[in-house]
Design a protein around this ligand. Sequence first.
Ligand code: NAP
Length: 516
Amino acid sequence: MTELLANHVAGRWQHGTGTGTPLFDPVLGTELARVDATGLDLPAAFRFARDTGGAGLRALTYRQRAALLGAVVKVLQTHRDAYYEIATANSGTVKNDSAVDIDGAIFTLGQYAKWGDALGDVQVLRDGDAVKLGKEPVFLAQHLQVPTQGVALLINAFNFPAWGLWEKAAPALLSGVPVIVKPGTATAWLTQRMVRDVVDAGVLPAGALSVICGSSNGLMDALEPFDVVSFTGSAETGALIRSHAAVAQRSVRANIEADSLNSALLMPDAAPGSEAFNLLVREVVREMTVKSGQKCTAIRRVLVPAAVYDAAAEAIGAKLRAITVGNPRNEGVRMGSLVSRAQLQSVREGLATLRQQADLLHDGSQQPLVDADPAVAACIGPVLLGAKDADAAPLVHDVEVFGPVATLLPYRDTAHAIALAHRGQGSLVTSLHGSDDAALARTAVRVAASHGRVHVVTPEVAQTHTGHGNVMPMSLHGGPGRAGGGAELGGLRALDFYHRRSAVQASPAVLAALGL
Ligand code: NAP
């Protein structure tokens, strides 16, 4: 039997009382560990975090909590090698892809440590200037932001066990709100190990950080009105969270990051072989293959002028042919595996669905694997589909295949391209590729309403842009509509979710005594 990973709740490590759900190496098929949350006293766990963890964090200033984040960064850096080993084993990712998760997490925490330090030694945030409530300035309203007096329940997807934890926990802890994380089960080991290292290092107040691995049963029931829940995962589960009594009746604040049919758009003036064209091709291939396409921000739809459809298919296909797929431990492998055989099955089913309305332009789904047994490994090569009539292929605008799959779609003119981008019903990100700054700016504004982020790639920023799918802590992460309507990151804006706004109406003397 493999090790049963412990949960950390109510200030101590506790094992579930069941036999546990096994976690696997998705390439070798071997069992790595087990997780189980059966029998945990969840109301007590949430109470401890809320009362003990919350009080401990709120006793500190923003600058002091920022220092805690800095201390967490140091702990994680010490154990970085172990995290890479776990990611290879449990997520099946090559080193560069593990870095997106692990180093992305550490970078994000470091940023929040810096931003938090600049907030200074205060315990309340001023929200705008005081405004007079009558004719004379003798009685005024001052809006404040104060940490919510509850817990932050973080429910995460399987694809980012490290970054998914810390991109949410950093603003929560900085705000003074204790965290209970429930990782996606398939890859829970890395999250559990990071929490273990941080808890064992004793750098956070008791109750500030808890982890519950395994079933989500009962988690939502344990939420009380001042708690918040931040969810990342499928639209289906997101809908369950949204309609749960905690949210629908007890007004628990919920942030939902769900699936997204992101697009990349090649501008009309970009001819085959132009720099803009080549940059789009590079970006599409990168997005299809990083983490085997298991990124919520990955490019799923590639919108190109009809006249360059064939050239784009050829150029993207040529690069995809060079992608080696298989065991991430083999230095020659560029793309590792999906997280599980279940995901492989789901990708194959999704492909079959899209094939009803799209042609195969590059089929890596049967390509030989390097150092991996196709009967065991959850590996699949990249697949580029194409639909010559983008309007008559509703499935490609609706079905998210969470793997190395994208669909090429031709458009007639810019208005048509924008209409197709909007057909994602709200997405996390679109990237625009071109060299006409004015046309790019106009298009950026027109797609902004349905996208959390518009990433514009021009030849000038070829070497410096941060990548279509890379979520930087400085920028908003989230998207309207289908993408869940959530808003994470974006610098200190992320703190809003973990704060409550209140207006203090009082005399100038009382407001001055607030010391803001
Ligand atoms: P999922 O099946 O919806 O699961 C997400 C999380 O919710 C997991 O921790 C899961 O636990 C938990 N969960 C399942 N049922 C629940 C319930 N009834 N109540 C509370 N929690 C519940 O999604 P996934 O398959 O892990 O992730 C893939 C999806 O996530 C993709 O659609 C992708 O687009 C999306 N995603 C979005 C973003 C973003 O930022 N927008 C980022 C990454 C991924 P178990 O694992 O134990 O089932």
